[in-house]
Write a protein that binds this ligand. Structure first.
Ligand code: ADP
Ligand code: ASP
Ligand code: MG
Length: 406
């Protein structure tokens, strides 16, 4: 069977007209004799609305009920797509994840797809049906509805493509592909024709919302090529594939930025073995994700300063946890909202010296102060004042020759 998996994101199914358009895209594949498995997200805005409702019910809304609630948006979108295909004369039906079933492991709100039972779906495909499957959700061993993290429909599509050995996995979205930086933030952003899993993973983890990071990790591990393209026009999109398929002469492939980070600094922390662990253990227990970390070398051998970044929504919780942590001693706690992490990413950096210097010099020329630095083989991230984000983005995009000349 020539199977193709098509995933539609929230903006692609955001209105009735858009859903009709999605049905047309699907029927074009059916006309080419593909067996099509569709994965859909909720109509745009719906998941956020549902989350807001849960917060109004309780600040500590049950995780299991959160999954039941927020996964409901996908059900609506899937039935509307299937309904439109039936209207057009095709055999189609919606499938909730528990009906497939798509079995997940791990905690509520953040499960991972473990297994897909293919038999019912394969029979349906052979009989000429087009299944429309809810992305983002699954079912646990305990028969409870689960979800797999925000933006999770991307991962649903990729894992479905893996289990059904699909020839293609196409992610339809509201932009024409993966760009050198968010095209909605910088109009000089250029579409990338082909990008490696590794670079895409870094870009996604560092703020490029276009693909969910977990989904790229799944694609990389299973060697699944992904096409990202627009559901609004027919222009070619971006191919995400393995590095050996790519001939690249670029040093930097893309630039990502984050916008809701905060910086936490502990001044005068007693410098002794295990102190960092004592600070971070309770944070991790409370599911607070600590990102960039720097510890200054202690001048007097007794005290040190420690800085790290977190998401701003975790700031109050972090403050409480640190202030009530009896196993650490420090002189002062400084919290700073409105910082932003800007990262340049590219496998070309491995073989090209001087990228760090060029990045720092470019920011210095624009009088942008760097607060924290972190690097890996294929990325350099700096923490800057949020107000400087756009300025930094424009300057770095130009410096690394990513600007679209048109
Ligand atoms: P969907 O609803 O289709 O899942 P998302 O909103 O999750 O779509 O992702 C698409 C958005 O990602 C775009 O509208 C764009 O603003 C944003 N984005 C951020 N970085 C990039 C990038 N480097 N390339 C393309 N889009 C990006
Ligand atoms: N609807 C879910 C969300 O908004 C899943 C997705 O969009 O992929 O996070
Ligand atoms: Mg998305």
């Amino acid at each position: 069977m020539k199977i193709v998996v098509l995933k539609f994101g929230g903006t692609s199914v955001g209105t009735i007209d858009k859903i009709k358009n999605v049905a047309n895209i699907i029927s074009n594949y059916l006309k080419k004799k593909y067996k099509v498995i569709v994965v859909s997200s909720a109509m745009s805005g719906v998941t956020n609305e549902l989350i807001n409702k849960s917060k109004k019910i309780s600040e500590s809304f049950s995780d299991a009920e959160y999954d039941v609630l927020v996964s409901s948006g996908e059900q609506v979108a899937c039935s509307l797509i299937a309904g439109r295909l039936i209207h057009k004369g095709y055999k189609s039906r919606s499938w909730m994840s528990w009906q497939v079933p798509i079995i997940t492991k791990g905690p509520h709100k953040n499960s991972r797809i473990d297994l897909i039972n293919k038999s019912k779906m394969l029979k349906y495909l052979k009989d000429g049906g087009t299944p429309i499957i809810t992305g983002f959700q699954g079912i646990s061993d305990e028969n409870r509805v689960t979800t797999i993290g925000r933006g999770g429909s991307d991962a649903s599509a990729i894992i479905i493509a893996k289990f059904f050995k699909a020839q293609r996995c196409v992610i339809y979205t509201d932009v024409e592909g993966v760009f050198t930086t968010d095209p909605n933030k910088l109009n000089k952003a250029k579409k990338i024709k082909v990008i490696s899993y590794e670079e895409m993973l870094e870009m996604a983890s560092l703020g490029a919302k276009v693909m969910q990071p977990v989904s790229i990790q799944d694609a990389r591990l299973n060697r699944i090529d992904i096409e990202v393209k627009s559901s609004f026009n027919k222009k070619p999109g971006t191919l995400i594939t393995k590095r050996s398929n790519i001939i690249n002469n670029k040093i930097v492939t893309g630039i990502s930025s984050t916008h809701n980070d905060s910086k936490v600094t502990l001044i005068g922390v007693r410098d002794k073995p295990g102190v960092a662990a004592s600070i971070f253990k309770p944070l991790s227990k409370n599911s607070i994700n600590v990102d960039m970390v720097v510890q200054n070398i202690s001048a007097n051998g007794k005290e040190t300063d420690l800085t790290f970044t977190i998401k701003t929504e975790d700031l109050n919780k972090t403050k409480k946890i640190i202030e009530s942590n009896r196993s650490i001693k420090f002189r002062k706690l400084i919290l700073k909202k409105n910082v932003s992490k800007i990262s340049v990413i590219g496998v070309g950096m491995i073989t090209t010296p001087g990228v760090t210097f060029r990045m720092f010099q470019t920011l210095a020329n624009k009088k942008i102060n760097i607060q924290v630095i972190s690097t890996s083989e294929i990325k350099i991230s700096v923490l800057i004042d949020k107000r400087d984000t756009k300025k930094a983005l424009i300057a770095l995009h130009k410096e690394f020759k990513l600007d679209n000349k048109k």
